[in-house]
Ligand binder design. Structure first.
Ligand code: MF3
Ligand code: CO
Length: 254
């Protein structure tokens, strides 16, 4: 396993890749509404990414057929957009997107409610987002990956939710997926020691019920085993001298 360390010039390119992606999410969040299809969201996302002169990095990745992963309700991640899946009032929708800017990748996800959603669904969305922030409190040189995972898991489970085990975050840079794997739950190994210049995609996937998931026949869409809701929140971060910088958030989002 080898984790690439980026220099200032590379971090700067990744910062731009991240800020452009944050704009994509901002636009998608504004446009998302009842009656749209999941394919509408994908088309719009791809159009915005290309309007920035960037490349959608998910498109054709291991054969994935779209630019934006759109996962509704019990779909955890990697939902495939289609022309016949209409968003309905009360749905929750996870949008996962990424792009390449001058050879550098960014990757981020947000979960939105459509129209009026249940209190429990809103709590799941909020807890998932906050679990990311609880995790990255530990993202600094000298700590280990497990410290981030513990922060995420402790918070999500205290709220009564569960952390998906079968998928993880990952290093990111000149490839979408680089070493290391970044679980959102505590494993026996403490994982790599964090160092300045590492760039990581931290992406808690949090379920309302069991953490168990399975894959649909399309071999992409991950759904909860019990059919209850799931939410996803992700940012690309860079480890700095004394903490981390979130590359895929706009200053006004923070
Ligand atoms: N953010 C996701 C990940 O890191 C999406 C990439 S999978 C793709 O795994 F195939 F859809 F690109
Ligand atoms: Co990712």
């Amino acid at each position: 396993m080898s984790i690439s360390i980026k220099n200032e010039r590379e971090i700067d390119l990744m910062r731009t890749a991240g800020q452009l992606l944050a704009k994509v999410h901002y636009e998608l969040g504004r446009e998302l509404k009842e009656g749209m299809t999941t394919k509408d969201i994908d088309r719009l996302g791809e159009e915005i990414i290309r309007s920035f002169g960037c490349i959608p990095n998910f498109l054709n990745y291991n054969g994935y057929p779209a630019s934006i992963c759109v996962s509704v309700n019990d779909e955890v991640v990697h939902g495939i957009p289609t022309d016949d899946r209409y968003l309905q009032n009360g749905d929750i929708v996870s949008l996962d997107a990424g792009l390449i800017y001058k050879g550098y990748h960014s990757d981020a996800a947000r979960t939105h409610g459509v129209g009026e959603i249940s209190q429990e669904a809103q709590r799941l969305i909020d807890v998932t987002k906050q679990s990311f922030f609880e995790g990255i409190k530990y993202a600094k040189p000298g700590n280990h990956l497990v410290d981030i995972a513990r922060g995420i898991q402790t918070y999500a489970e205290a709220a009564g939710f569960s952390v998906v085990r079968d998928l993880t975050g990952h290093g990111i840079g000149t490839s979408l997926h680089e070493d290391p794997e970044i679980p959102n739950f505590v494993r026996r190994r403490r994982g790599a020691k964090l160092q300045k210049g590492m760039t990581l995609a931290i992406e808690p996937m949090i379920n309302e019920g069991t953490y168990d998931v399975w894959w649909l026949e399309d071999d992409w869409t991950v759904v909860t085993r019990d059919g209850k809701l799931a939410a996803h929140y992700e940012n690309t971060i860079a480890i700095t001298d004394d903490g981390c910088e979130i590359l895929t958030m706009l200053p006004e989002e923070k």
